[in-house]
Write a protein that binds this ligand. Structure first.
Ligand code: MRU
Length: 358
């Protein structure tokens, strides 16, 4: 798996890899340690995978989907190859239910688990050993397809990055958030590969600083001109005419185009609208949730107050003071100029254009 995807260029790390056969293990970059340390975390059981997703050692909607696929493979490893197939199939259900409780917002998690369950049910395996092989192949297919989707998103979106453009991005929608290459950052990587000169402002992205720690790390490695700003500086830059476009990823897109992404994205979209700056979302088809009519139905993860009150062990809010920590917000489709996917570009997304797309 590790070397099966051809790299031209820019992204020189593997966010997640599988080592060995069905009884092997997953290995992922522990993103909680970046940018200080690049350390691979071996994940040898499903509990460790659940924990890695919950603690954001692996994060970003598509990467969570890939991790979930491998999590299912790990979850059935304790079964012996001579266990009955119906025992194995109910174990798959149990493992999927368990992994689905790790994080609520990114639909890619549920999409990947559904795909693993469907594969298990439809494959007609006669033995548990055979099922293990089939499910590893399915998890690897999710992984490889995600990489291909990211490439295609980059190709489809590169035209929006003109020479001299100053792009603003939020959170991390790069190679670290996917199998490789990213979604929003894929567009930037593709424009870079096409020889365009541009610069990027990365919102630091409070409270967990995915922009400062991860996006800046990636873009700097790729030798793309990146400047980190605090989240509350974006309006100032826009008012000075210093931003030409905003481009972000998404964790779940409803049937009408409303899109959930990292908390703070909605404010950026409102600001972009006020300053007549295009606001793009880049996301694969696996991020669309057509079962929900609009963004009000997207579950918003609420994380521990300590992430705000005591980040990295430093108390920044007095003890006993209330803290509220929603991890995502929803940008209404009316504020989105276009959604860039692996199949093309949905301009001015709405229920009809998304229906036509699918
Ligand atoms: O909490 P995180 O770090 O998982 O949030 C990630 C984001 O909001 C990303 O922008 C989104 O998943 C798109 S990743 C290609």
């Amino acid at each position: 798996m590790e070397n099966s995807i051809e790299h031209k260029m820019t992204v020189k790390f593997h966010t997640i890899a599988w080592q060995g056969g069905p009884d092997g293990y997953a290995e992922l970059i522990d993103q909680t340690l970046l940018p200080g340390e690049v350390r691979m975390l071996p994940v040898r059981d499903v509990r460790t995978m659940w924990d890695a997703i919950q603690r954001l050692q692996i994060r970003g909607a598509p990467a969570i989907g890939v991790a979930a696929g491998y999590g299912v493979v790990l979850g059935i490893q304790p079964l012996s190859d001579i266990d009955r197939i119906d025992t194995a199939l109910s174990k798959v259900q149990e493992v999927c239910n368990y992994l689905s409780t790790s994080r609520p917002t990114a639909v890619n998690l549920f999409w990947a688990l559904d795909r693993m369950k469907k594969k298990a049910e439809s494959a007609g395996c006669k033995t548990t050993g055979e099922l293990k092989e089939i499910l590893l192949a399915e998890a690897q297919a999710i992984h490889e397809e995600d990489a291909a989707m990211c490439r295609a998103i980059g190709t489809n979106g590169a035209k929006f990055i003109h020479d001299g453009a100053r792009a603003l991005t939020h959170c991390n929608a790069g190679g670290l958030a996917t199998s490789e290459y990213g979604t929003a950052l894929a567009v930037l990587y593709a424009a870079n590969e096409q020889g365009r000169q541009f610069s990027v402002f990365a919102d630091e992205t409070r409270p967990l600083l995915q922009g400062a720690r991860l996006t800046a790390w990636e873009l700097h490695q790729a030798q793309i001109d990146v400047t980190v700003i605090c989240d509350n500086m974006a309006g100032h830059l826009m008012s000075r005419g210093s931003i030409d476009l905003v481009i972000v990823g998404a964790d779940r897109i409803a049937a009408n185009g409303d899109a959930a992404n990292k908390i703070g994205t909605y404010s950026l979209a409102v600001l972009a609208d006020a300053h007549k700056i295009p606001f793009y979302i880049a996301a694969p088809s696996s991020t669309f949730d057509l079962s929900i009519p609009d963004g009000t139905h997207i579950p918003i993860e609420e994380r521990k107050p300590e992430e705000i009150a005591c980040p990295w062990g430093v108390r920044t809010v007095p003890e006993g003071v209330n803290v509220y920590n929603p991890a995502f917000d929803v940008t209404p489709h009316t504020l989105i100029s276009a959604i860039i996917t692996e199949k093309g570009v949905i301009e001015k997304p709405n229920r009809k254009s998304i229906w036509n797309y699918f």
